[in-house]
Design a protein around this ligand. Structure first.
Ligand SMILES: Cc1ncc(C[n+]2csc(CCOP(=O)(O)OP(=O)(O)O)c2C)c(N)n1
Length: 302
């Protein structure tokens, strides 16, 4: 494990300090976002990806406040719209490693349509869903992943709507990569994010995240007492979608984490396009030459 751990901090072309940002963290003490930010940086270093080759897109929310705490190209976009932004970037330049971050509020409400279509289109991005089971930045409203009956700032008597099981939903749509991890386990998060980056297709990583200020229900300790890693199971096959669907169901007693499903035959969106077959250029390069042509034409008339 020694040499593996070292690659989290230092690799051939890149080290952790390349992803360092001088901006001051504004998250609450003990927020799960600290661990998520650390795991994201470690994963990029371990995969030997330099900041100029990464594009990280952030939704609006506490998770999005990580956008200026990391090196690399970044865009802090609109609430619920992080997936389309990341998709556009990934399609324009397939050489970039594109990572999108969004909260459960954004993903399971405003952004749910984008999630569904990104899964069926299998865009080649890694999506980190920071599931703290509430709207954190707007101070603790219940989200679709808050458990029923749990008092939240917007609903002191608890909500009556049923809770959505994000991972089970994602798997029911046939995601080509689906993993679940926990913000209190930085090593596991790092390994899962690495696998998501390596996977060619839409990689969904659900991060069960504690929110120490607004969520007094699913706390760090609550998760710690329930999560287990599927890697410890002898008979679990993470290329079997039915097994993944089955194991993802329990969100109250024993919560499965790790890589729950990988489709070994994943074909990403860009490779499905007949009219792009044989192209070796990226769309960003083609737009550049188109601009040159139009400038030349333009100069003839002025
Ligand atoms: C279209 C739109 N709707 C609502 C808001 C207000 N808003 C900003 S952050 C936020 C909560 C974000 O919660 P979540 O997505 O769960 O992320 P977290 O803060 O928990 O990381 C809301 C509702 C907004 N900025 N834009």
């Amino acid at each position: 494990m020694g040499s593996l751990c070292n690659t989290y901090f230092e690799n051939e072309n890149v080290s952790l300090k390349d992803y360092y940002s001088e901006n001051i963290y504004t998250w609450c003490t003990n927020c799960g976002n600290y661990g998520i930010a650390a795991a994201t940086k470690r994963a990029l270093v371990a995969e030997n990806i330099v900041p100029k080759d990464t594009f990280m897109c952030f939704d609006i929310g506490c998770n999005g406040n990580g956008s200026d705490k990391i090196g690399g190209y970044r865009l802090h976009g609109l609430h619920g719209r992080v997936i389309p932004v990341a998709t556009g970037a990934a399609l324009a330049n397939r050489k970039m490693t594109v990572i999108a971050s969004g909260g459960d509020g954004a993903t399971l409400s405003e952004g749910i349509g984008h999630l569904v279509h990104a899964i069926r289109s299998n865009y080649n991005i890694t999506f980190l869903m920071h599931n703290n089971c509430n709207y954190g930045l707007t101070t603790g409203q219940a989200s679709a992943s808050t458990r029923p009956g749990i008092p939240m700032n917007s609903s002191p008597d608890g909500t009556t709507a049923d809770t959505m099981n994000f991972m089970n939903f994602v798997l029911s749509l046939g995601a080509s990569f689906a993993a679940r991890t926990f913000s209190g386990n930085v090593d596991q998060m790092t390994e899962v994010i690495r696998a998501g980056i390596r996977h060619i297709g839409f990689s969904v990583v659900e991060i069960l995240q504690n929110c120490p200020t607004y969520n007094k229900d699913t706390t760090h300790e609550w998760y710690q007492n329930r999560v287990y890693d599927t890697i410890e199971l002898n008979d679990f096959d993470n290329t079997n979608l039915d097994s993944a669907l089955n194991i993802s169901k329990d969100m109250s007693e024993r919560i499965a984490t790790g890589i729950l499903y990988v489709n070994p035959n994943s074909v990403p969106f860009d490779q499905r396009l007949e009219n792009r077959k044989g192209y070796t250029t990226e769309l960003v390069d083609e737009v550049k030459s188109y601009n040159n042509v139009s400038q030349e034409l333009f100069s003839r008339f002025v």
